[in-house]
Design a protein around this ligand. Structure first.
Ligand code: GH3
Ligand code: MG
Ligand code: MG
Length: 763
């Protein structure tokens, strides 16, 4: 009949605790095996497998011992050890599988099956070690289930171990994994127990190597397995710690080696000092540069090579850096041993701090900047030179531009001045032309003078001036007119008073010059100019200009214009003179200077009309030289002309300005006396007759004797209404005078018609 057993729950709990502990140890050891190589690895693989196997096995056995039946239970010792070996083997497979670099599906599958089979073997071998008076039957399905469970647990254990193997410290994941694994192993164990059933048997039990386990035994198994597990875990921890320190030391050594290699490779001087500034390292470059021996260097410091002038500054700065922990930097000269030359270096040092911020080291460098500095100086010099050149060029350009601007302004000014001058000249030229045109149409010189004065005021607005003319007898200069502000010492003066007339060309007196001042400008402060005016070689007078009291002289332009002005006047006056002469020649008789017969006829017509219009009378005297043929014959024709000329002068002199004296032909003369009655005309004729007789002529040294005249007198309106009748009446009277014995005056017989006309007028 089947037997039932009971479980001591305390022992069940102990078995679960051991399983969890063993699982944790397994995970920890997996990491150790993975981290080590060679012999260490083998040690940890074997040690780990043993401890882990022991743990699993002790869980199993305490689980077995937790089960009790009402009979004596003992265990066959050799079989128990075999089951222990199975547990160790399974553990070894597990550790090996998870400590590989990678764990593929294939490895995982094989590992799980081997490990699961191992654990299952351990369990059922353990069961076989039981020595009880009962027969054990196994439920095949539950056995199978327990084996599958063992494989699944192994699979999970391998995956979890593989994942947490790198974790050096205790982590939640590691603990959770240990709990999962540690709980699963007892589940497999108790499933295996469940598969077994016991029926009582009376067959004797072989107890040759059997032992029965007491409570103390259980404690011993549990304690020893936990102790082994603890020991191996402590060992693992210590090993991990030592490895880490070794690794750190290796890293430090490696770092030092790298640093030195790097420091020697760098083409700069590298040095380090302790926190208080004591030099403890230089790279190769320093020794090459200074040719110093490596042993002597630890104290000397950079000062050994520093330029004496840089020593104080660098020391002070270095001390400040050490005191404050601030970075150190400066440019100093270091002496190069090979040639003794001091080369500029950029010296820098930075402090290295520990995690607490304390300075633990100074790292320094000296960079040779000599070439750089020289290049920089060279560049700066170049820049300075270029800048100076540019500045100079700029200054030059500015000056040139200013010069150009000034020139341009000057040109503009000159241009404006020129334009103004041209405008002025054009204006003046127009005035000159207009004056010329007006002068052209002047009939007499007097008329021309008034035009000249008018234009002078317009053309010389800044100057005063005067037109000064020689009088008829050419012995005095008289001021004909003036313009502007003209101050003259006298209105009339002698020709000699003017230097221009004396020297026969323009005379300029500069302002303030009193050396040879013309008398007519006595007392004048400013400049003056006199230009002689001539027409056909005859001096007419002086054109005078003066600049008032202006301190400066007449300008070139004024002088030129004055010259042109005078020239124009001279030319015009010459023209007028010529025209006057031509006209005079056409109306005057050249021998006597009296009007000719043509002029008489024209004038008499006009005079008769005027007399008729005004109701005045007009006297006509016709006279003829007596026996002039005989005179000619006696004294010659030339002497006759001489007498004729003098007679002309005599008649001109003894007539009034209004009277018209003319040579009527040969040695006959006619005088027209406007506004003269018959009596007045007769009286004048008588005077002339007496005067002519008293004239005595001397020609070429010989006396020519005297000449008498016979005179016929007629008058308008008594002797006729027309010139023709009047002249005929006078001629008839003259004939009567001749007939009556010559040297007498005969008044014409008044015609009846004329008398009646006169009488009619009187009524
Ligand atoms: P009377 O009149 O008294 O009767 O005598 P007469 O001799 O003067 O008169 P007659 O008419 O015969 O002569 C005029 C003379 O006048 C002729 C001429 O010789 C002279 N005669 C006329 N014209 C000129 C002249 O221009 N020059 C000169 N020298 N003689 C002139
Ligand atoms: Mg005659
Ligand atoms: Mg006569």
């Amino acid at each position: 009949m089947p037997m039932t057993g009971t479980y001591d729950l305390r022992l069940v709990a102990l078995s679960v605790v051991i399983a969890i502990f063993a699982s944790y140890a397994a995970l920890d050891l997996a990491g150790r095996v993975t981290a080590t190589q060679g012999r260490s690895r083998r040690f940890w693989l074997l040690g780990g497998a043993t401890a882990m196997g022991l743990g699993i096995w002790s869980m199993h056995y305490i689980g077995m011992l937790a089960f009790s039946m009402p009979m004596k239970m003992s265990y066959d010792l050799p079989t128990v050890f075999i089951s222990l070996l199975a547990a160790v083997a399974a553990s070894a497979v597990a550790l090996f599988t998870v400590s590989r670099r990678r764990m593929g599906n294939w490895q995982l599958t094989v590992g799980s099956i081997v490990m699961g089979s191992g654990i299952a073997s351990m369990h059922y071998i353990g069961m076989a070690a039981m020595r009880v008076s009962a027969v054990i039957h196994y439920d095949a399905r539950l056995v199978s289930a327990s084996i599958v469970l063992a494989v699944i647990i192994s699979l999970v254990a391998l995956v979890l171990a593989f994942q947490v193997r790198e974790e050096q410290r205790t982590s939640l994941r590691k603990i959770l994994s240990a709990l999962v694994m540690g709980s699963a192993i007892p589940v497999m164990h108790y499933t295996g127990m469940w598969a077994a059933s016991f029926t009582h048997s009376d067959r004797p039990v072989n107890l040759t190597h059997a032992v029965s386990i007491s409570s103390i035994g259980i404690v011993a198994i549990a304690a020893s397995s936990l102790l082994v597990l603890t020991l191996i875990m402590v060992s693992s921890f210590l090993d991990r710690l030592l490895s880490a320190q070794r690794a750190l030391a290796d890293v430090a050594r490696e770092g030092e080696r790298y640093f030195r290699t790097l420091a020697d490779a760098i083409p700069q001087i590298i040095w380090t000092t302790s926190p208080d500034g004591r030099f403890d390292f230089y790279n190769k470059r320093w020794f090459d540069y200074t040719s110093r021996a490596a042993e002597a260097e630890n104290v000397a410091g950079l000062q050994a090579a520093l330029h004496p002038e840089d020593l104080a500054a660098s020391t002070q700065r270095w001390q400040h850096a050490i005191a404050t922990g601030a970075a150190y930097e400066g440019e100093y000269r270091l002496q190069r041993a090979v040639d003794g030359a001091y080369r500029w270096h950029l010296v820098r040092a930075v402090p290295v701090h520990d995690s607490a911020g304390k300075v633990v080291k100074w790292f320094g460098t000296c960079t040779d900047i000599e070439d750089q500095k020289r290049n920089q100086q060279h560049l700066e010099q170049e820049v300075r030179e270029r800048t100076a050149e540019l500045l100079e060029a700029n200054t030059r350009l500015t000056a040139e531009m200013q010069e150009r601007e000034r020139t341009q302004k000057e040109l503009d000014l000159q241009h404006a001045k020129l334009v103004a001058e041209l405008t002025e000249r054009s204006k003046l030229s127009t005035l000159l032309t207009r004056m010329g045109e007006l002068l052209q149409s002047c009939g007499t010189v007097q008329e021309a003078f008034s035009i000249v004065l008018g234009f002078a005021a317009k053309m010389f607005p800044d100057l005063g001036g005067a037109l000064i003319l020689l009088n008829a007898s050419r012995n005095l200069l008289e001021v004909a007119g003036s313009w502007g502000d003209c101050q003259l010492a006298a209105e009339v003066f002698e020709p000699n008073a003017c230097w221009a007339l004396r020297v026969g060309r323009p005379y300029l007196l500069e302002a303030g010059d009193r050396s040879a001042q013309c008398a007519h400008v006595q007392g004048l402060q400013g400049s003056s100019l006199c230009i002689p005016m001539q027409a056909q070689g005859d001096a007419l007078g002086v054109l005078h200009f003066q600049a008032g009291n202006r301190s400066h002289n007449l300008s070139e332009q004024e002088l030129t214009l004055a010259g042109t002005f005078a020239e124009q006047i001279g030319l015009s006056l010459a023209n007028i003179r010529l025209r006057e002469a031509l006209r005079s020649q056409s109306i005057r008789d050249s021998v006597t200077g009296l009007f000719n017969r043509r002029y008489l006829e024209e004038t008499m017509e006009r005079e008769v009309h005027r007399a008729a219009r005004t109701g005045q009378s007009l006297g006509v005297i016709m006279l003829d030289l007596d026996h002039f043929k005989r005179f000619n014959d006696t004294f010659g024709h030339e002497a006759g002309d001489f007498v004729l000329h003098n007679m002309g002068v005599f008649f001109a002199k003894h007539t009034r300005a209004d009277d018209i004296a003319c040579r009527y032909g040969g040695e006959e003369f006619v005088l027209i006396l406007p506004n003269a009655s018959v009596e007045a005309t007769q009286a004048r004729a008588e005077q002339l007759r007496v005067g002519a007789r008293e004239l005595s002529f001397t020609h070429r040294g010989s006396a020519l004797g005297t000449v008498t005249i016979s005179v016929g007198v007629a008058a308008f309106p008594v002797h006729g209404p027309s010139p023709k009748q009047l002249l005929a009446a006078a001629d008839t009277a003259l004939y009567e005078a001749k007939k009556g014995g010559r040297d007498r005056v005969v008044v014409a017989e008044a015609s009846q018609a004329a008398i009646s006309a006169v009488a009619g007028d009187n009524i």
